[in-house]
Design a binder for this molecule. Structure first.
Ligand SMILES: [Zn+2]
Length: 239
């Protein structure tokens, strides 16, 4: 391979490497994943809140159950203690039973309300749990896909780096340094080739006097216009 075509290939590889590295660093999949993970954290927090609400309602219902049992005990005790020959005692019992009946009504009413709340919140909890499960699966799938994509790009980068090192080995030290320097200076577009009398990057047609001179050199020169490395005598066919 001629020095000129090595330089041109090197430049192609470097441009590709830059493209791939920036693609790897700014993969939209990673930003999407970060967003999804934040949404997932929020869902988990919601689930915790709902769980706590359900536990509270269950506690209230248990309290009501205790109150109901106490009221029923009170009824039994009051009925057992009554002296049915004593009018006042019977009247007190009726009053007490009436109070306890009201209390039991209140308890039943509250229980109906809490039971409805419990049913609603349990349904919500179940729905959210199913949703979170699906969400988890999609985060896992997305993470896997992003990892695979990143691994593919990384593999390509490593392949290009090996090829780059191999090409650099074939260049004399001074030309290697010249290329690296020009590559920085011209942001990756350091080498141009002469197409007819027009350099491929700056596109400034060379005068016939310059052309006559270049025809004698054949190889690597400096473009008189843009000062890039100019490859002369490569007709563009690359292997
Ligand atoms: Zn030029």
């Amino acid at each position: 391979m001629s020095t000129g075509s090595i330089l041109l290939q090197l430049q192609d590889i470097d441009l590709g490497l830059e493209r791939d590295r920036s693609a790897l660093n700014s993969m939209p999949e990673l930003a999407d994943l970060a967003k999804k993970r934040r949404a997932y954290q929020k869902l988990k927090a919601d689930a915790t809140k709902i769980y706590a609400q359900r536990k509270d309602i269950e506690t209230y219902l248990k309290d009501l159950e205790g109150q109901e049992m106490d009221a029923n005990d009170d009824i039994r005790i009051a009925q057992g203690n009554v002296d049915s020959s004593d009018y006042r005692s019977v009247q007190q019992l009726e009053q007490k039973l009436s109070d306890l009946a009201k209390l039991l009504d209140k308890i039943a009413y509250a229980r109906t309300d809490y039971e409805k709340q419990l049913k609603d919140i349990s349904a919500k909890e179940e729905y959210l749990a199913g949703y979170i499960k699906k969400f988890e699966a999609s985060v896992i799938a997305d993470t896997k896909a992003a990892r695979e994509k990143a691994a593919g790009i990384t593999e390509g980068i490593e392949r290009a780096e090996r090829k780059r090192a191999h090409l650099l080995d074939q260049l004399p030290q001074d030309l290697r340094e010249r290329y690296e320097k020009a590559s920085k200076q011209f942001k990756g577009l350091a080498v141009e080739r002469l197409e007819g009398n027009v350099p491929s990057i700056c596109r400034m047609a060379l005068q016939s006097s310059s052309m006559a001179e270049l025809e004698r050199v054949e190889g690597i020169v400096e473009c008189p216009y843009c000062h890039r490395i100019l490859v002369v005598g490569e007709d563009g066919e690359e292997s």
